[in-house]
Design a protein around this ligand. Structure first.
Ligand SMILES: [Zn+2]
Ligand SMILES: [Zn+2]
Length: 163
């Protein structure tokens, strides 16, 4: 795996009411090709950087949490700008509010966070050609097998804080 960008990373919405900062590198970056992500983006995949929510700072504005159905049936919370309604990050039921899935395309410099893995490639749109050398799985995967040790340690620390 290429050297990871240590951050920080700033981003925001189109109307600039919301500005946020990821204070460190994310835990992992998913490029998700599931049909749900295709609908939610209106495109071919979603690019999500997972990070502990206490490493995601709101620098300006406020956000509106919108409960949206998800494939698990348990729903996801999507943080949107209350003015321009752009989606900035999500919380899923699995990790809960402690982890944020930041939409990489809302970063000022999204090129700095390429995917660590492509997931749900079983429903990948056929014209999307995956680059060689980046892991890809037909559905999901076990983080213990794919994440760098530093990210696994951070996740263990997060779980310890939760309990
Ligand atoms: Zn906005
Ligand atoms: Zn997805």
């Amino acid at each position: 795996m290429a050297t990871r960008d240590p951050g920080p990373f700033d981003g925001g919405c189109d109307c600039r009411h919301v500005r946020y900062r990821m204070t460190t590198a994310p835990l992992f970056v998913h490029c998700c090709h599931c049909r749900w992500c295709q609908r939610e983006t209106g495109a071919s995949f979603a690019l999500n950087a997972m990070i502990e929510s206490d490493r995601l700072q709101l620098l300006h504005g406020d956000i509106d949490m919108v409960l949206t159905p998800s494939e698990s049936g348990k729903g996801q919370k999507i943080a949107r700008c209350p003015k321009c309604r752009l989606a900035l990050w999500s919380h899923y039921s699995g990790a809960g509010d402690a982890v944020s899935f930041v939409r990489v395309g809302t970063l000022d410099e999204p090129d700095r966070l390429p995917p660590d893995i492509h997931i749900f490639t079983a429903s990948k749109q056929p014209w999307v050609v995956l680059p060689p050398g980046v892991p890809a799985v037909p559905e999901y995967y076990k983080s213990a097998e794919r994440w760098p040790k530093e990210s696994l340690d951070r996740r263990a620390a997060l779980l310890a804080r939760k309990s």
